[in-house]
Design a protein around this ligand. Sequence first.
Ligand SMILES: Cc1cc2nc3c(=O)[nH]c(=O)nc-3n(C[C@H](O)[C@H](O)[C@H](O)COP(=O)(O)O)c2cc1C
Length: 186
Amino acid sequence: MPQVPQRILAISGSLRRSSINSAVLRAAASAAARDGAMVVIDDSVRGLPHFDPDLEIEPPEPVLRFRAACEEAAGVLLAVPEYTFGIPGSFKNALDWTVGSGSLYRKPITLLDVAAQGRGARVREALDLVLRAHGADVARYSLPVARNDRDAAGEVDSPRVINELRAVVAELAKRSSAAHESSTDR
Ligand SMILES: Cc1cc2nc3c(=O)[nH]c(=O)nc-3n(C[C@H](O)[C@H](O)[C@H](O)COP(=O)(O)O)c2cc1C
């Protein structure tokens, strides 16, 4: 029987139209599709209400959809910029909504770090801490993306970056399969 590819959720921590992080995730999704892997971009971050524990009793619809997308994904690929030495507020807000539901618990996550060398150290540290608090299984991959790795429309067209993205997705898919197998063994 042909194997259905596992779904990997890709979430950008930037809302900017010409975001480097979002462009890299789009490139990862296209490259993965050519390899028969499934990377689905999720842009729920933009539409989530402010986190409020009082709303946990009856979570708003966008929150339920975002939680379900995280829970159903075999793995999660994140690309998050550093804002003022930390995690962008809108993205941290999305993470906060997944605490009560445990949607990222034991989830294989790859943090894709596209910042130039010497940049982004603080958001890496912050994300490591926060995602470990979620109980996620976190790996990090450094892939600096420069202006000349993108075409005039801002899409990533560098063969080097695209090849590395294919390897990142393949590795995450492998970790996701292993996590799935060990959860069905339990
Ligand atoms: C409000 C704001 C704060 C920023 N703070 C930092 C920072 O503390 N450290 C850093 O390395 N870059 C910082 N940057 C630069 C961004 O991380 C960088 O431009 C990144 O590429 C933005 O990601 P995007 O292209 O996906 O939107 C900041 C940018 C903005 C808009």
